[in-house]
Ligand binder design. Sequence first.
Ligand code: IMP
Length: 194
Amino acid sequence: MYHGTLVFATGNTNKVKEVQALVGSDVAVKSLHDLGYFNELSETHDTLEGNALEKAQFIFEKFGENCFSEDTGLEVEALNGEPGVYSARYAGPDKGAEDNMALLLEKLKGQTNRKARFRTVISLIIDGKEFRFEGIVEGQILEARKGTAGFGYDPIFQPTGYDRSFAEMSLAEKAPISHRGKAVSQLLEFLKFF
Ligand code: IMP
């Protein structure tokens, strides 16, 4: 089992709490705020892998602490993987989830292939060495929004095998089948046997 501290290279304290609850007391998960770092981390690559590594590497080099970071994208088959790494700012730099969903629905108008997947990549750096984990949930883009829970593209994404969108699921139901949940459980398995 990995013992000690791991910095989660994110400013989102909810994500940090979620992971801390999963790893138990052997590992202390710290956020960037715990390190006194409050800036946005740059994401200058055009792949999830590139951005995840960039963020983890930056923090490892700056603070010398073992750390991990994640990057997520929604990949739509008929759009050659768009919006992918640009999911958060698909409709423009200062647009939100509503605009992103509207743009995606517009681009898929009349399209019968609605296959899509969420993909999360986690980059973990221990003593300067990178380990990578991936979580994928397959599904489809609905014709219209359904449900109000969750965030981002949840109202228009329906995972395969379910007749409800992510936004119609509770967090307890979504978490274990989601991209992020799967990537985090891979990370936890790795830490268990480290
Ligand atoms: P991040 O890397 O976790 O910040 O995710 C990037 C973008 O992908 C977010 O801004 C959302 O638009 C989208 N996204 C990530 N995870 C989810 C999810 O679980 N549901 C819906 N949208 C998501």
